[in-house]
Write a protein of this length. Structure first.
Length: 345
């Protein structure tokens, strides 16, 4: 089969690779129909390189069941599915408590085992979720990032009627706008440095938008009559991770979703907000809970089927897998603008 394999920093190759084979009785082999580029993929491509040289890359996907192991009872060949790409050990102290996002042995496909930038991918049956009939395969390729965002919101103490600020309107931020609504936000403030992203944010339900280069953020926030209860950092930039601390009201919450991949220097007065305003700063990792893979996944599929999670405005490009090397180069070297890229292997 054809796959995109990562050999080193900025060295991704479209090449012939061996097909996955059923090894354990609960394995499932899926024909990949749609697979998305995640922000963490671009960081790994640009800064970190592969965990294992030549590993098939990618972890967000949907597809159709191609083959099942003998022990698999709740899936059939031909089922339309998505995959939870995180594999946990089920026996560490955190797994025993059902806190799968904290598993000591957690890994995601595309790191130590082959990922889904390929024609076929293999996962244990517990990681495979059947799609509701009305959820299409491109939408289902975004179940994983949606589950990651949902996990963060489940970790907050958000109440109906809350005002939520979303800092950074990439795919994660645009999903966060929709999850904020589902969690009962009355008002949503979207902050970004890109007019196009702010337009999409409005389309997806943001009540206010702030372009944080053209406007002074502090003044723009003070012009909004509502106090911010929850501020979500979804830009993952070292600067916004400090700035997001200035947003919530006293006693409010900061939800950190973005991964900076760089050292962070926080302005003293920004840091002091945690103390003076008695903020609750919440870290969030992956999107897993009990029963595995968790409520984040079932809820995502439910809200995708009702249309309350709508990823159509987020997807900008649908490309062949062959376009992978060029697309990653364009993305990280800013040769071309993309929102969410979906490959159709
Ligand atoms: Zn991802
Ligand atoms: Zn574990």
């Amino acid at each position: 089969m054809k796959a995109l394999n990562l050999y080193g920093v900025e060295d991704l190759r479209f090449e012939e690779t061996t097909n996955p084979e059923l090894a354990s009785p609960d394995d499932v082999i899926i024909k990949v129909k749609a697979t998305g580029i995640c922000g963490s993929d671009t960081s790994r491509y640009k800064k970190l390189g592969p965990y294992k040289e030549g590993m098939t890359f990618g972890h967000e996907f949907s597809g159709v069941v191609e083959q099942i192991g003998q022990a698999v009872t709740d899936l059939n060949v031909g089922d339309k599915v998505t995959g939870c790409p995180a594999v946990v050990c089920h026996h560490c102290q955190y797994c025993e408590k059902g806190e799968y996002s904290r598993c000591e042995n957690l890994y995601v496909i595309g790191s130590y085992v082959p990922g889904c930038f390929a024609e076929y991918v293999k996962l244990p049956a517990t990681n495979v979720l059947k799609l509701p009939d009305n959820v299409d395969l491109d939408t289902a390729a975004m179940v994983e990032p949606s589950a990651v965002v949902a996990h963060g919101f489940y970790r907050t103490h958000m109440k109906p009627g809350a005002t939520v600020a979303i800092m950074g309107c990439g795919s994660i931020g645009l999903l966060a706008i929709q999850w904020a609504k589902i969690f009962g936000a009355a008002k949503i403030i979207a902050i970004d440095i890109d007019h196009h992203k702010l337009d999409v944010a409005t389309q997806l339900g943001a009540d206010y938008t702030i372009h944080s280069i053209e406007n002074n953020l502090e003044e723009a926030i003070s012009d909004i009559p509502d106090n911010i209860d929850v501020a979500v950092e979804s830009a993952g930039s070292p600067f916004t991770i400090g700035e997001v601390l200035t947003l919530p009201t006293k006693g409010g919450e900061v939800l950190l979703l973005g991964i900076p991949y760089a050292d962070i220097e926080i302005h003293r007065l920004h840091f002091e907000k945690i103390l003076r305003n008695e903020l609750n700063v919440i870290g969030s990792w992956n999107g897993l809970s009990a029963p595995f893979p968790g409520e984040e996944w079932a809820a995502t599929l439910h809200y995708m089927s009702t249309g309350e999670i709508n990823v159509e405005p987020i997807i900008s490009d649908r490309l062949s897998l062959e376009a992978g090397p060029e697309t990653f180069d364009n993305l990280v070297n800013k040769k071309k603008h993309y929102d969410k890229v979906i490959f159709h292997p």
